[in-house]
Write a protein that binds this ligand. Sequence first.
Ligand SMILES: NC(=O)c1ccc[n+]([C@@H]2O[C@H](COP(=O)([O-])OP(=O)(O)OC[C@H]3O[C@@H](n4cnc5c(N)ncnc54)[C@H](O)[C@@H]3O)[C@@H](O)[C@H]2O)c1
Ligand SMILES: [Zn+2]
Length: 389
Amino acid sequence: MNAPSNPATALTGEPIEVNVGLGERAYDIVIGRDLLADLGARIAALRPGCKVAIVTDETVAKHHLAATEAALKAAGVEASRVVVAPGEASKSIGVLERVCDAVIGARIERGDLIVALGGGVVGDLAGFAASVVRRGIDFVQVPTTLLAQVDSSVGGKTGVNTAHGKNLIGAFHQPILVIADTALLDTLPEREFRAGYAEVVKYGLLGDAEFFDWLETNWRDVFKGGPARGNAAAPREYAVRKSVEAKAEIVRRDERETGDRMLLNLGHTFGHAFEAAAGFSDRLLHGEAIGLGMALAFEFSARRGLIPEAQADRVIRHLAAVGLPTRIQDVPGEPFSLDTLMNLIAQDKKVKRGALTFILVRGIGASFIARDVEASDVRAFLSDKLAGA
Ligand SMILES: NC(=O)c1ccc[n+]([C@@H]2O[C@H](COP(=O)([O-])OP(=O)(O)OC[C@H]3O[C@@H](n4cnc5c(N)ncnc54)[C@H](O)[C@@H]3O)[C@@H](O)[C@H]2O)c1
Ligand SMILES: [Zn+2]
C-alpha cells in the first residue's frame, strides 16, 4: 500500500459526495466549504418547482439564515421560515406542533420540502415534522454543528423528547440530501465544536485505527478549519468525510438499529448516564459526556483484560489533549452518586433482560457489542472511578 502520508491532502477542491446506500431511500451527503451557496440549485435539480420551509433556531438564523434564503432565491426556490428557540427544549411536542402548523400554513404540499438548518436539535425536530406532515414529506438537512454534520444529520433518526426521556417519540425518516458546509462551523463556539469532535474520534475508535492515528496528528487543523474551497489540503473536510462514510456504512447495513448500528453507541451507555445525571445541562454537553464515556469504555475494557492498559491511556491522552473530560472528576459541580448512575445505566434502552449491553473494545478500531455485562462489574468499576482511581 502506498497511501499518502497525509490522506487529507489527496482531496481535490471539489465537494466530496458520500452516498448512503439505502435503495429507494438512498441519498447523497455533500461535504465541503461554502456549499451553502449551491443549496437552491441542488434542491431545484432534485425537485424542480418545489417550495421549501426552512426550520432553524434563533442563533443559527442570526448567522446563516440570510445566506440560506439568498441561495434558495438565486435558484428561484420559494422559501418560508420557522424559527424556534435554540436548545434541547425545542425538541418537544409543543414546538413540533408549532412547526407543523407553520409548515402547513406555508402551503407546503407533498412534493415540497422542509430544510432543516441547524444542529441536531433542529435536525431531529424538523425531520420528525417532515415525517408526519401530510403523512410524510421530504426534507433536506443542512447541519450547522460538527455533531450534526458527522452524526445526527445522517441515518434518518428523528424525534422529540417527552417527560419520560429523550427521543421517545420519533420516526425513522431519511433526508433526500445532506449539505455539510464546513464553513458554517466557523461560527460555532469552540466548546460545541469540541463536543462534536468526540463523535469524530468515536468513528476512529469504533472501527478505524488508521483514522484515529490521523486524528492524533491532525486534530488542530480539523479545529482550525479553512482554507477556502480550491485548496487541496483540507483536514476538517477529511474528518467530516471519514466520519460520514463510517456512519453511512453502518446505517446501510443496519438502518433500524437491530445489530451493528449499536456500535455507534461506543461511549454512550456510560456517557448517557453522566449526561442525565448532570440534568442534560450546560454542565456537560452530549459530546463531552461521550468523551468521558469513551474513556471509561476503554478503561473498562482494559480492566476486563480485553486491551492493554496502555491503549486506554493512549485514547485518554488524545481526548484530554483536545480538552474533553476523561475523568469523572473533570465534570464540574456536585459529585455524582453511584446509585444514580447505576439506575440510569439500568434504564438505558440498551438493557436486555437484566444483563447490560455495552460497546466494548478489543483494541483501537475494534469495538464489539458485549451483551451480558454483569451490573456488579460495572458498579465496582464506577465505584473505583468515583473514588478517583
Ligand atoms: N438523529 C440522530 O441520529 C442524532 C444523533 C446524535 C445526536 N442527536 C441529537 O442532536 C441534538 C444535539 O445536537 P447539537 O449538538 O448539534 O445541538 P444543538 O442543535 O442544540 O446546537 C448546539 C448549539 O449551537 C448553536 N449553533 C448551531 N449551529 C451553529 C453555528 N453554525 N454557529 C453558531 N451557533 C450554532 C445552536 O443554536 C445551539 O445553541 C440532541 O438533541 C441529540 O439527541 C441526534
Ligand atoms: Zn452521541
